[in-house]
Design a binder for this molecule. Structure first.
Ligand code: SF4
Length: 252
């Protein structure tokens, strides 16, 4: 595969990420996402075709920049690609991760899974991606499909199918759920999430991410109506309750 010529729409880069994968991470945030999560804190990453929102860069160029930070990648650190929705630029992720695996760099893909399909040409490329991805961080937003559609604009069926596929392939996963009071904190929904997660192999971590309002100014700047104005972040007790219901854990 000619990795040099694969271009990606890079929204931004974080050189010392600490939470999106093990150790210290070089995080590449890609532009573009089809979902419209009501609580999204990066709505500026949604549009895939607004040139002012991204820089077009080759996989090799981004990888070379990442390597400048290699000395910090102890304790399993490495490269994470996130979004927006990174799987919309599958070729680019594949190219960067292929370069990384050639020299043994740890790779993590942070995704909400919306582009996943078992149809071609996506599926064959996704299988190749699995070969060069050490860890998948998967956002599971809601188990009930109708509620998922209301929350994100899309069905969750293919997302759950992706989790099952990754499990069947023995891929390591971290599962994340954003906790929004009154929206994604229903007891039955959290229990359903736990029950689904229990069907998966190789889940090393289940995390509750408390909803926050840091992204609201971005919605305002973009003149997109924000529908959660009256929602406050969950309290520490509410987060603990959700963690218990969801069966949150971290495998050492
Ligand atoms: S999947 Fe992520 S980037 Fe896309 S709308 Fe939802 S929270 Fe925002």
């Amino acid at each position: 595969m000619m990795t040099e010529s694969v271009l990606g729409k890079v929204h931004s880069i974080e050189t010392f990420g600490a939470v999106d994968g093990p150790g210290v991470r070089f995080i590449i945030f890609l532009q573009g996402c089809r979902m419209r999560c009501r609580y999204c804190h990066n709505p500026e990453t949604w549009q895939g075709n607004q040139k002012e929102q991204y820089t077009l860069r080759s996989a090799e160029d981004v990888f070379k920049e990442a390597l400048r930070y290699r000395t910090y990648w102890k304790n399993g650190g490495g490269i994470t690609i996130s979004g927006g929705e990174a799987l919309l630029q599958l070729d680019f992720v594949l190219a960067v991760f292929s370069l990384a695996k050639k020299i043994g760099v740890h790779t993590t893909l942070d995704t909400a899974g919306n582009p996943f399909t078992r149809e071609e040409p996506f599926f064959s490329k996704f299988k190749q991606l699995c070969d060069v991805t050490d860890l998948f961080i998967l956002d599971l937003k809601e188990m009930d499909d109708e509620k998922h559609k209301k929350l994100t604009g899309y069905s969750n069926k293919n997302i759950l199918d992706m989790a099952t596929y990754l499990s069947d392939q023995g891929k390591h996963m971290w599962i994340r759920h954003v906790l929004v009071p009154g929206l994604t904190d229903e007891e039955s929904g959290l229990i359903a999430l736990r029950e689904f997660i229990q069907t998966l192999q190789n889940v090393d971590r289940v995390e509750v991410l408390p909803y926050h309002v840091l992204g609201v100014p971005e919605w305002e700047r973009l003149h997109i109506p924000y529908t959660l104005r009256n929602v406050n972040p969950p309290t520490a007790e509410e987060v603990k309750r959700a963690e218990k219901l969801m069966g949150a854990f971290v495998r050492a």
